[in-house]
Design a binder for this molecule. Structure first.
Ligand SMILES: [Zn+2]
Length: 175
């Protein structure tokens, strides 16, 4: 099977987050289409309702990902809108977001390297040693015991995440 950039996790995540449920289906249909497409036809192909397709298209348009050609129907006097995807723009936005996430993780890594962090066994809070001590090492949220997390392990986990993001960025750049 040929490599399809839109199957990448970063691609799907970006669309779900920024254009909502179903937006990935709409983008894939337009991505594969040679010609711009009317919303009714997109609805047909995706199995979504026309109203849902329109909502998604508007969100995509707002971000500059989807665009349309407007054509007047001579008989009815109405305008027909045919939609297409700006592939470069979309990939650029995904890369931008991945870079921001990687930056945030790098900053998080620096902070966590310099502090001893305690986490709740339930996962509801994460606080530095000084504050954990004030709470007698009990979670301020649920009262359960808190454990110190191994900074080395944590650093490695963050590093792995950053590497995986950078790989995704490289894959997108080649698309
Ligand atoms: Zn807790």
């Amino acid at each position: 099977m040929a490599f399809k950039i839109y199957k990448e996790a970063a691609f799907v995540d970006f669309l779900n987050k920024n254009a909502g449920k179903g937006s990935h289906l709409v983008v894939v249909v337009l991505w594969e289409s040679r010609k711009p497409m009317k919303d009714e036809k997109i609805a047909d192909k995706t199995g979504l309702k026309v109203t849902e397709v329109r909502t998604i298209l508007n969100r995509l348009h707002y971000r500059g990902i989807a665009n349309y050609e407007k054509e007047r129907n001579e008989k009815s006097g109405w305008y027909n809108y045919s939609w297409f995807i700006d592939k470069k723009k979309l990939i650029g936005l995904i890369i931008e977001e991945l870079c921001e996430t990687a930056d945030k993780l790098e900053k998080e890594k620096t902070i966590k390297e310099n502090y001893t962090i305690f986490v709740c066994k339930q996962g509801c809070s994460e606080i530095p040693f000084e504050i954990a001590a004030e709470y007698n090492f009990r979670c301020p949220e649920c009262g359960r015991d808190m454990n110190c997390i191994n900074p080395k392990k944590l650093k490695n986990e963050i590093r792995k995440k950053v590497i995986s993001i950078k790989k995704q960025i490289e894959a997108l750049k080649k698309a």
